[in-house]
Design a protein around this ligand. Structure first.
Ligand SMILES: CC[C@H](C(=O)O)C(=O)SCCNC(=O)CCNC(=O)[C@H](O)C(C)(C)COP(=O)(O)OP(=O)(O)OC[C@H]1O[C@@H](n2cnc3c(N)ncnc32)[C@H](O)[C@@H]1OP(=O)(O)O
Length: 253
């Protein structure tokens, strides 16, 4: 059976991680979290990589967020914290990789799917998708640290408003807010023209610019904010609103 997270390394410095659960709209299961942690260790130790792209399998979704079967249940706050923390650590490690990272959003994204996208330095998205930090509609908040990351990707006031609004955005709205840098028409190919701006530069140049970015933003402050975010979401986990929202999702199936 194919892995639920595929890792492809190309000889021109490109690494691609593909979330491979198209029948579940690439929702993140615990197994996907574990494979992310494993592959990131390989990426951290590879000095030849110029760019990491994270994308989804298929044309319908980039990532539907946490798998509601794996990540949503009747948990106490401390249990929810233990459940959410591993993916927060994955997102922090993605955000602090020593080379540029790009979310190639090949379709719709919800909740944690946009938290993964926010962990990347850059985001390209297809017009065929729509995109929403919907955690607020589930009675919770971002739970993997993606809210802290969003504050570093777009204007902080816009980030605050998006998290409260919990709305679904078009690619036009994402572009207007500066959340995405390019609109894409199809799934990624290793020789995609859109990757040239990265792959035409040297490893040293790309790692210099990423080091500059990491120094500009205190990573210690980011890590602390992300951990506090997980704790805050965990407290909301016990709410009636959250339990009812998850029941609604599965009852409509
Ligand atoms: C910290 C992260 C945070 C958390 O986990 O706490 C979150 O990510 S909360 C947000 C969780 N995600 C969602 O609420 C999104 C739920 N999914 C959808 O809104 C839609 O599926 C959508 C818009 C992504 C795609 O809609 P579409 O009509 O194309 O597909 P279906 O809804 O018919 O779904 C197809 C198939 O996929 C299963 N599915 C979709 N999303 C999830 C999910 N998040 N977890 C588990 N399974 C999911 C859905 O049940 C269908 O499966 P099937 O077996 O065919 O019934």
């Amino acid at each position: 059976m194919e892995e639920v997270l595929k890792y492809n390394l190309y000889d021109h410095g490109l690494a691609v991680l593909t979330i491979n659960r198209p029948n579940k709209r690439n929702a993140i299961s615990k197994e996907v979290v574990s494979l992310f942690a494993q592959y990131i260790t390989e990426l951290e130790n590879n000095t030849d990589i110029k760019l990491l792209v994270i994308t989804g399998e298929g044309q319908q979704a980039f990532c539907a967020g946490g798998d509601l079967k794996d990540f949503h249940g009747y948990l106490k706050a401390d249990e929810a914290f233990e459940l959410l923390k591993p993916m927060q650590e994955v997102l922090y490690r993605i955000a602090t990789l020593p080379f540029p990272t790009l979310a190639w959003m090949n379709g719709s994204a919800r909740g944690g799917g946009l938290e993964i996208a926010s962990a990347c330095d850059f985001r390209f998205a297809t017009e065929n998708g729509d995109y929403g930090f919907v955690q607020g509609n589930l009675g919770i908040a971002t739970g993997w640290g993606g809210g802290s990351l969003l504050y570093r990707r777009i204007h902080p006031q816009q980030a605050h408003y998006w998290l409260i609004e919990s709305g679904i955005k078009t690619v036009k709205e994402l572009k207007e807010a500066g959340f995405i840098q390019q609109v894409i028409q199809e799934n990624i190919e290793p020789d995609a023209e859109e990757l040239t701006i990265f792959l035409s530069k040297s490893v040293d140049q790309l790692r210099h610019w990423k080091s500059q970015w990491l120094h500009h933003h205190s990573m210690e402050k980011l890590k602390n904010e992300m951990v506090e975010e997980v704790a805050g979401c965990s407290k909301l986990w016990e709410s009636e609103a959250h339990i009812e929202a998850v029941n609604r999702f599965f009852s409509k199936k």
